[in-house]
Design a protein around this ligand. Structure first.
Ligand SMILES: *Cc1c(COP(=O)(O)O)cnc(C)c1O
Length: 431
């Protein structure tokens, strides 16, 4: 299948190219030239398959002309090597826990698929993955690309601005993963990445890729867990499913909407955000007006200009859906915290700020008993150990993956916030 640039319909490329370049001309996102459709009768058959085989099949609908189903299945087997769970919280509310991967966030799905498929398409020339992170993405990228041949990873993060736990999770690996603590904030890190991509000398010498959430490969991988959620529920509930998603860059929601567009009968989506409510205001008044980013408890969603939004508009356009079918809610830190406390005190369920936002938005929208509500659990509560312990007055047990890394040495470099300094490092090590 081909993929076109939303900002420049003439730029049409195949999957492998879209995977490698990430972003097209005029900052345009790539979009599938058509959405493969599955009719309802076949949907139920597909839902009977196991997760790995079903996921391989679904992804093959997009890329079978470039990779055989057999090879794709091998890739998916390596990428999705952890469970996902649908947990009943109360009556008709469920949490789809997507955080049982190696870095305890749902980002493991998209990034692990991206690393495996990039490895499959790899050529002689070395690829450098250059990413800025405020936490979750860096960890997912580091683990997904660890030990992968011919790919070098450099992760920039703001010094002393992420938790020690988060830092240990991705700065202790070594080998092809280099991590750099920058004297500055997240925006400074992002700027250094951007400057590197714009640097003609570097661009001519190496292949740079940012592995960020605009990469189409990450989205295609994320479609699979929406189907898995349906596979886990009874047939008679499948027509009443409302899904609430904690949104930052809106990649997760985009994948859900693609799943619906393919034929998965999701009745309604709720785009739950924190106080960064650009989308909510846009849905109300049709004006796109990002405000200054507000720092919240759900920091992975502190995004004021969600980069996947143009894809969502494109999906609504090609499907002739009305935008007012999308529901959005903005949840304050105060309500987020109250939801975490309520979920624990009333239902003995321990959650963290991102997932709690989706829960809160969902519980206010569930109207009748027939509704089957699912909110996405995007991070493991242990990642927010200090905060959760404090507000719930408990001690969360850390999963073994985390305790293993705490003992290891932090291998990060410390750099000033200076592009020339960073570029010299790149040239010395990779050129
Ligand atoms: C990245 C992230 C989100 C937001 O996902 P998007 O696809 O960017 O909307 C939500 N929760 C957690 C824990 C995240 O790391």
């Amino acid at each position: 299948m081909n993929f076109y640039n939303i900002n420049n319909y003439k730029e049409i490329i195949n999957f492998k190219q879209a995977l490698k370049i990430g972003l097209g001309k005029n900052q345009g996102l790539f979009f599938p030239s058509f959405i493969p459709k599955i009719n309802l009768k076949n949907i139920n058959q597909i839902l009977d398959m196991d997760f790995i085989n079903r996921s391989s099949y679904l992804i093959s609908l997009f890329i079978k002309d470039e990779i055989s189903l057999k090879n794709l299945t091998k890739i998916i087997h390596k990428a999705f090597n952890f469970p996902l769970k649908l947990i009943n919280i109360k009556n008709n509310i469920f949490c789809l826990e997507l955080f049982h991967g190696p870095t305890l966030s749902f980002k493991d799905f998209g990034v692990r698929f991206m690393s495996q498929i990039l490895n499959y398409f790899t050529e002689q020339k070395k690829i450098i993955i250059l990413t800025a992170t405020s936490g979750d993405t860096g960890a997912a990228v580091a683990h997904a690309f660890y030990n992968i041949n011919n790919i070098e990873v450099i992760i920039l993060y703001p010094k002393n601005k992420i938790s020690v736990l988060q830092e240990k999770l991705f700065c202790t690996l070594g080998k092809n993963i280099k991590t750099i603590a920058i004297e500055g904030n997240f925006d400074d890190c992002q700027k250094l990445v951007k400057q590197s991509f714009e640097d003609t000398y570097l661009r001519n010498k190496v292949i740079l890729n940012s592995a960020n959430s605009i990469n189409i490969s990450r989205l295609i991988a994320q479609i699979c867990y929406y189907f898995e959620a349906f596979a886990k529920i009874k047939k008679n509930n499948r027509n009443n499913v409302i899904v609430s998603i904690p949104c930052g860059n809106f990649g997760n929601l985009t994948a859900g909407l693609i799943a619906k567009s393919m034929g998965l009968p999701i009745k309604k989506f709720i785009a739950a955000t924190n106080s960064n409510d650009t989308v909510l205001r846009y849905l109300k008044n049709g004006i796109w007006k990002p405000k200054k980013t507000i720092t919240t408890l759900s920091n992975a969603m502190d995004v004021n200009n969600p980069n996947n939004w143009p894809r969502i508009l494109e999906l609504f356009k090609i499907n002739n859906w009305n935008l007012n079918r999308l529901s959005s809610q903005s949840i304050s830190d105060n309500l987020t915290e109250k939801s975490i406390i309520k979920l624990y005190n009333k239902y003995k369920y321990i959650t963290e700020p991102h997932s709690a936002i989706a829960y809160h938005a969902l519980s206010s929208k569930i109207k009748c008993q027939e509704d089957f509500g699912i909110f996405l659990g995007t991070a493991h509560p242990a990642k927010f150990q200090d905060y959760i312990d404090k507000i719930l007055k408990i001690r969360i047990k850390l999963p073994i993956v985390l305790t293993n890394y705490i003992k290891k040495e932090n291998l990060s470099y410390n750099f000033p916030n200076n592009f020339t300094y960073f570029k010299t490092f790149l040239i010395k090590n990779y050129i």
